[in-house]
Design a protein around this ligand. Structure first.
Ligand SMILES: [Zn+2]
Length: 425
């Protein structure tokens, strides 16, 4: 496998953080105001309490927030970091798809590996420990991106859990060969399958075929859906109907659904309740949605960001996520979920302490419920010691201040350490 500079540096974890048996003292946990100690043993959280009696090496949490690792539910590692190879003239979704399609014909395994590894390292430095990445598998990409992302998944496994979604970005009925390639990828290490009805001339057929692949392999589905601001023509009712007909609730996600931002509250609430009932989960991608939508307006440009926290209040399992980093879909980015949460809170006008706490949950526990969990999530006794110390006193404050991750452990193993910045005057 290509040994990129980024990946090659990774094994040298900090030696100044304890591993194995240790205790983190004087931290604040989400939802609790008083200071707590957390002891770790054999990779799991052994005890939580006030001034725990424990002789193991200790880290002084200094009253900061300790949480489970953040959860990125929707990112495209394969096409990150290609902005230098693409042109943005119109800034539209159609242009982004076309420019990326052209670029990916030239992707090599080593190229994808290096770009993806850099993004994963940035995510880890931001406190992310679970991640779902889409990987385009079609006649232009071949299996090169897929092979590279599988290698990245294996390389970073000690630090982050990566789910791979085999993804039909450019359609199925209009792209002969793609369906068979997705089928093979699901036999060869992909965890779930993703569809994109808006690039297929037959959206309903596309949705049915993706569900059929999922049924055949017993995996979850994740659709890029309703990615425009026309309130009519939603494909969400069809996805809900297929979910219910196939008994696939809890294994169906939709991303973007920017159309819903154009719906009046009564219609919005009604579809939210139907999603909750059917077990259809949602990820909102604030950076991409802001960048690509509303391009036909020349003033009072609509925001086009569906209010995920309002869907969460209706009972929908909801998250917000990065989507793209430095490519024609989003020529910005650093894979920081805390920054994305802050961006979302600003756009969604979610500014009360309660609202900010909810926004935090959209990159934490709510996001964890959206993925296909392999282990319990949260700072609870018995859960894996996947812990991040943030430079804030509460989840809401962390979102408001874009608090950096200061140190983290995955299964009790040190992952990163960022000493607080200091001035010299
Ligand atoms: Zn996406």
């Amino acid at each position: 496998m290509p040994a990129s500079g980024v990946a090659a540096r990774f094994p040298s974890v900090p030696v100044d953080l304890p591993a194995g048996e240790f205790v983190v003292r004087g931290v604040r946990l989400p939802g609790r105001a008083d200071l707590q100690d957390i002891s770790v043993s054999k990779g799991r959280i052994a005890a939580i309490g006030h001034e725990l009696a424990c002789d193991a090496p200790a880290v002084d949490g200094r009253g900061r927030l300790l949480t489970a690792g953040l959860v990125e539910t929707h990112i495209h590692l394969d096409k990150a970091g290609i902005i230098g190879r693409c042109q943005i003239c119109e800034g539209t979704l159609a242009e982004a798809v076309a420019e990326t399609s052209r670029a990916k014909s030239g992707f090599t395994v080593a190229d994808v590996y290096d770009r993806a590894a850099a993004v994963v390292e940035a995510a880890i430095l931001g406190g992310t420990m679970r991640l779902r990445t889409f990987v385009e598998i079609d006649p232009r990409a071949g299996y090169r991106s897929f092979e590279a992302i599988k290698a990245v998944r294996d390389r970073f496994a000690p630090a982050i859990d990566i789910e791979i979604c085999a993804f039909a970005q450019e359609g199925l009925s209009n792209d002969p060969g793609t369906e068979e390639m997705l089928d093979r990828a699901l036999n060869e290490g992909a965890d779930l399958v993703g569809g994109c009805p808006y690039t297929d001339p037959d959206p309903a057929g596309h949705i049915a075929r993706i569900f059929e692949l999922a049924r055949r392999h017993g995996v979850a589905v994740d659709f890029h859906l309703d990615f425009d601001l026309d309130p009519t023509g939603s494909n969400l009712p069809r996805v809900i109907a297929e979910t219910e007909a196939r008994g696939w609730g809890g294994r169906v996600s939709v991303g973007h659904v920017t159309k819903l931002s154009a719906w009046r509250p009564d219609a919005f609430d009604a579809i939210g309740r139907r999603m909750a009932q059917a077990g259809v989960t949602v990820t909102v991608l604030p950076a991409t949605d802001l960048f690509l939508t509303g391009r036909d307006a020349d003033h009072l440009i609509p925001r086009g960001v569906t209010p995920a926290h309002r869907l969460a209040a209706l009972g929908v399992t909801a998250s917000i996520a990065t989507n793209n980093v430095l490519n024609p879909f989003t020529p910005f980015g650093d894979a920081s979920l805390m920054r994305m949460a802050n961006l979302y809170a600003t756009v969604a006008q979610a500014g009360t302490p309660e609202a900010l706490d909810t926004v935090f949950s959209l990159v934490a526990d709510s996001a964890a419920r959206l993925l296909q969990p392999t282990s319990p999530y949260g700072v609870v006794v018995g859960a894996p010691a996947d812990l991040v110390l943030f430079d804030a006193a509460s989840p809401g404050e962390a979102v408001a201040r874009i608090a950096p991750a200061l140190m983290s452990w995955k299964a009790g193993r040190p992952v990163m350490h960022r000493p607080p910045a200091r001035t010299y005057w």
